[in-house]
Write a protein that binds this ligand. Structure first.
Ligand code: FAD
Length: 425
């Protein structure tokens, strides 16, 4: 009997540097790529925000569509469903006599809860859910310490990792893929189908083209190549330089290892560019590994500081004015308005707006983190909740927390730092 492996795509929407896909192709006769739009990701949370807003929904749709086109170019497709993975995947396994299901392991609790539920259901069918690691620059087994001993202080993590960790080469992009024969691959949903609140859905559909970036693996790779081509013109990179790569890294249409190895190629031409982006990638890895090490604690309002006084998570008028960019603090208002219209603001802008909510408006930080979760088109749980916890002074690295002092941030802040190209790139 021929062997088929179901490849469940989530935040890994690419063909390049994708171990899960390469392994599935090597170990099967045919593969069945699947993407599931989970309705829970488009609902309102108990922190007065949506789990996914219009901008990330739009970029997610573009990313899935781009992946679909890449598979079509190889003579196949990706099966698209709307529903709960723990129901849909076992049904597909039975219907298509799938031998094994592959996916990338996540670190945040809601995502791991879904994969555990999938694993339980598959187990009843005696089918294995195989986990891969593909979101970080360094694989956890290539770090110089076990997860439980990873330093909580970022600078120590960075120093030891750069010195002693092993960085793997990228996995080759598969050239030939044999797909399971499927008649109906399913439609890409529209924004209107994903949101049950139709008023909201209409508003979101109208806004969708305002997002400054276009999602998709090809877009990501072109963007990266263009950026590297400019490495001469960019000259010495200042701390104010931002690559905007998080837009594609967050949904996995760009692999951090691909960024690293391509950057390595121009290191001799522009060392400061290499170092600036590498520093960002290390921060990204650090937060993911901290989530792996400490689990859910980053989502708790007191975090690592059980004595910290935290105001109640109320939907107050102060919170509402912050969200609308209507607080009266000029820089913060402009930042929040930019976030609301584009879904994208730079690191100093995020830090300033977040510290204002916590330190000046004295609001519960989890409400701010939840709003960023809704609005940011590069949202990822570890980077968002990890950074917010540090801003709120409930993180695990006191030195990092100290850098998020509002007055200090405001002094160093210039408006130009959050302006990005307005055309869709
Ligand atoms: C309150 C707050 C919330 C944030 N929420 C998110 C989020 O949801 N998703 C997200 O990707 N980043 C988040 N960040 C981190 C950071 O602001 C963005 O990663 C950064 O703005 C991306 O810009 P860039 O691609 O130009 O970064 P570059 O400086 O060019 O860095 C390259 C890459 O490294 C990663 N990176 C850089 N800085 C950080 C950092 N401090 N923490 C984690 N990763 C980093 C990003 O993936 C980035 O694309 C948050 C920061 C703060 C202060």
């Amino acid at each position: 009997m021929s062997k088929s492996i179901l490849v469940w795509f989530r935040n890994d929407l690419r063909l390049h540097d994708n171990e899960m896909l390469v392994d599935a192709i090597a170990k099967s006769d045919t593969i069945l790529p699947v993407f599931i739009f989970d309705p829970r990701n488009f609902e309102e949370t108990n922190l007065h925000a949506l789990k996914t807003g219009w901008n990330r929904t739009q970029i997610l749709l573009e990313n899935v569509d781009s992946l679909r086109n890449s598979f079509k170019a190889k003579g196949g497709n990706i099966l698209i469903h709307l529903g709960y993975p723990e129901q849909i995947l076992p049904e597909l396994v039975e219907k298509y006599q799938i031998s094994e299901v592959y996916h990338h392991r996540e670190v945040a609790s809601e995502e791991t809860k879904v994969s555990s539920a999938v694993e339980d259901q598959l187990w009843k069918l005696k089918v294995n859910l195989k986990h891969f690691i593909g979101h970080t620059l360094y694989n956890k087994e290539d770090l110089p310490f076990p997860i439980k001993d990873i330093p909580d202080v970022f600078n120590q993590f960075k120093k030891k990792t750069e010195r002693d960790a092993i960085l793997k080469p990228c996995f080759e992009t598969p050239q030939v893929i044999k797909f399971l024969n499927i008649e109906d691959w399913g439609e890409l949903p529209s924004i209107n189908t994903l949101f049950s609140n139709k008023l909201l859905a209409n508003e979101f559909s109208a806004k969708a083209q305002l997002s400054p970036f276009i999602g998709g693996e090809l877009q990501a790779l072109n963007y990266l190549d263009n950026l590297l081509e400019q490495c001469h013109e960019l000259g010495k990179i200042s701390p104010d330089y931002f690559s905007n790569l998080s837009v594609w890294l967050s949904l996995g249409s760009l692999s951090p290892r691909m960024v690293y190895w391509k950057l390595k190629g121009i290191e001799a031409l522009n060392k400061s560019l290499f170092q600036k982006i590498l520093l960002g990638l290390l921060w990204r890895d650090y937060y993911r590994f901290m989530f792996k090490k400490h689990g859910n604690i980053f989502f708790k309002e007191r975090g690592f500081n059980s004595l910290k006084k935290i105001p109640p998570a109320a939907n107050s008028s102060k919170l509402k004015s912050w969200k609308l960019g209507n607080t009266g603090q000029a820089e913060v208002d402009l930042i929040m308005q930019t976030l609301n219209t584009t879904g994208y603001i730079t690191f100093p802008a995020r830090a300033l707006a977040a510290s204002y909510l916590v330190q000046k408006l004295n609001q519960n930080w989890t409400l701010g983190a939840a709003y960023f979760e809704e609005m940011l088109l590069d949202y990822c749980p570890a980077s968002n909740w990890g950074n917010w916890a540090q801003v709120a002074g409930v993180g695990n690295d006191a030195k990092t927390s100290a850098q998020f002092e509002f007055e200090k941030l405001l002094k160093g802040f210039e408006n130009k730092k959050f302006h990005i190209a307005s055309s869709r790139i």
